[in-house]
Design a protein around this ligand. Structure first.
Ligand code: SAM
Length: 305
């Protein structure tokens, strides 16, 4: 399969199908792709392009998205894990409802569409965004089999930090197990982009990883692995190995106040959702608990002003 080519040079918000690649972003792709925290995703993206079927993609790279492995894993089973998580998070966060058919939902870090299928069944329009263009191609295929493809558009986040979408254009912006893998500045930039693209009264539902005792080991090891990603020959091999890729992803730990602080004037009704075993909290944020949340993760749920 070819890498995603600029199929729509100028974003047309109303046209269904296809993916958006900003001409400026396309021109700078060579530069931005050198950013080292992008390496494992780009490597996995290349692997997805080499597989014959989306089932094979899941067997080779399922671990990249939800840590599932297995030579007999099918795309259907992989998508079912996304169906379950989408249903539980939308319910718990109060984002489910009959009016969703009229709503526009933005997913930041969609991967190959594990959750996007369920999202297209729930929302009238889903704009799935990812750093890797190969994942976006596979996302279209996955949604073609298990979702509603006529409701899907994809957006390439070529610079890893901005969304090529108009302001106030969506009802919900959502991101799951993505921001923890970004450079901290990129995660903060994407958080602010999520708020920018949501209409006043719309919702953001954004997932992060907080600090833990394991970080004393994990973060330095992650930094070392990312350094090794730069070594010609070795880097490509390492980034395709599960253990090293998972270490290399350990890119940032942001506490709720670091995210909420700069965005506070733009948000109201801010909630921090955590596992009951977690003590994570945010200044002036209501604390809510759900045991389905990983104890190292938290969510910021808020309404855009
Ligand atoms: C662990 S996967 C999760 C995918 C999906 N949310 C799921 O649960 O199946 C993280 C995804 O975030 C994407 N990603 C990582 N850094 C990104 C960035 N800076 N901008 C946009 N997407 C990014 C990766 O390419 C990958 O598809």
């Amino acid at each position: 399969m070819d890498r995603c080519t600029p199929c729509e040079i100028v974003p047309d918000y109303e046209r269904p199908g296809g993916c958006w690649v900003n001409p400026i972003e396309a021109g700078t792709l060579g530069v931005v792709s050198r950013r080292v925290q992008f390496v494992p995703w780009r490597t996995a993206g290349r692997v997805t392009e080499q597989q014959r079927s989306v089932d094979e993609v899941v067997q080779e790279t399922g671990w990249v998205f939800n840590n599932e492995t297995g030579s007999s894993l099918t795309l259907e089973q992989f998508v079912l894990t996304g169906d379950e998580e989408v249903s539980s998070y939308l319910t718990v966060f109060g984002l489910q409802g009959p009016m969703n058919e009229d709503k526009i939902f933005i997913e930041i870090g969609c991967g190959i569409g594990r959750m996007t299928c369920a999202l297209t069944r729930e929302f009238g329009r889903v704009i799935a965004c990812d750093l890797d263009a190969g994942f976006l191609q596979r996302c279209h295929e996955t949604v073609g089999r298990f979702g509603k493809p006529d409701r899907l558009k994809t957006v390439h986040v070529a610079d890893g930090k901005s969304l090529n979408l108009p302001p106030d254009s969506a009802d919900v912006a959502f991101s799951y197990i993505t921001f923890q893998h970004c450079d901290a500045d990129d995660a903060l930039s994407l958080s602010s982009e999520a708020v920018r693209v949501v209409k006043p009264g719309g919702k953001v539902a954004l997932n992060y990883r907080s600090r833990s005792q394991y970080d004393v080991v994990l973060l330095p090891l992650g930094g070392l692995v990312r350094l090794l990603f730069r070594v010609p020959g070795l880097g490509g091999w390492l980034s395709g190995k599960r253990v090293f890729a998972r270490l290399g992803w350990q890119a940032n730990r942001l506490e709720p106040d670091e995210v909420i602080g700069p965005l506070a004037p733009l948000l109201r009704d801010v909630e921090v959702w955590r596992n009951p075993k977690s003590r994570t909290s945010g200044y002036k944020a209501a604390i809510k608990e759900f045991d389905g949340i990983n104890k190292h993760h938290y969510w910021i749920i808020a309404t855009a002003r």
